[in-house]
Design a binder for this molecule. Structure first.
Ligand code: CA
Length: 228
């Protein structure tokens, strides 16, 4: 699943430059000229990261970042602020609103991509292509392959996403609702019981190498992925 990046920038040349480059790198890009439009779109679809220009007509990128941080649905959305202002004071102000990173124009697209990757790795590791290994269980997001003790394990796309999420969020308990939000995407109206069905399928996919015991059912709370 390619991460979706929302770009809010009123200068068409910069918007195009960012969009073309990010799309070439495999991201899905949503572009908006104003914070107002972008906020409307967020009601329908939550991106994986927002790239906000500070100076926008109408609501500023800084105010949009504040707005996103104060709403429970968008509180943890990764944000990078773009700005033409390079003063240290501005930088602090930007980061104080809860932005994860801050870039001064003009910037190189390469550096922007490196920052996007770093923010995603920190905030949403399941969205990166990094290979993961945990107690003999290996998951390769690039080739969509899973192996347990060198044995190939086959599974459906939903089980793969579920496992990717678990392997990047070890030892924490997630409720069915949280798993639906993180793995199926928010605003998806699926019954919580669906989660149990896919957990059962994932457990049986992991059985050939004995890794099914890594998924723990926590009574009354949800699921946890860990050795113990
Ligand atoms: Ca601008």
């Amino acid at each position: 699943m390619n991460p979706t990046i929302m770009v809010v920038e009123d200068e068409p040349a910069i918007q195009d430059l960012i969009q073309i480059n990010l799309e070439m790198s495999g991201y899905r890009v949503l572009t908006h000229d104003s914070a107002e439009d972008a906020l409307k779109h967020i009601q329908i679809e939550l991106p994986d990261l927002a790239l906000l220009d500070w100076m926008l007509p109408g609501m500023s990128g800084l105010d949009m970042a504040r707005r996103l941080r104060s709403d429970s649905r968008t509180k943890t959305l990764p944000i990078i602020l773009l700005t033409a202002r390079g003063e240290e004071e501005d930088k602090l102000k930007g980061l104080e609103t809860g932005a994860d990173d801050y870039m001064v124009k003009p910037f190189s697209v390469r550096e922007l991509e490196a920052r996007i990757k770093a923010v995603l790795r920190r905030r949403a590791p399941e969205l990166t292509q990094d290979m993961i290994e945990y107690h003999g269980l290996k998951l390769d997001p690039a080739s969509h392959k899973v192996s347990g003790n060198a044995k190939n394990l086959s599974m459906g796309p939903t089980e793969f996403r579920l496992l990717h999420f678990f392997m990047t969020h070890l030892e924490r308990v997630y409720s069915r609702t949280q798993l639906l939000d993180f793995v199926w995407g928010d605003h998806v109206f699926i019954e919580e019981r669906t989660v149990d069905v896919h957990i059962r399928r994932l457990r049986s996919a992991l059985t050939p190498s004995g890794h099914e015991n890594l998924i723990h059912t926590v009574r009354g709370s949800g699921y946890r992925f860990a050795l113990e």
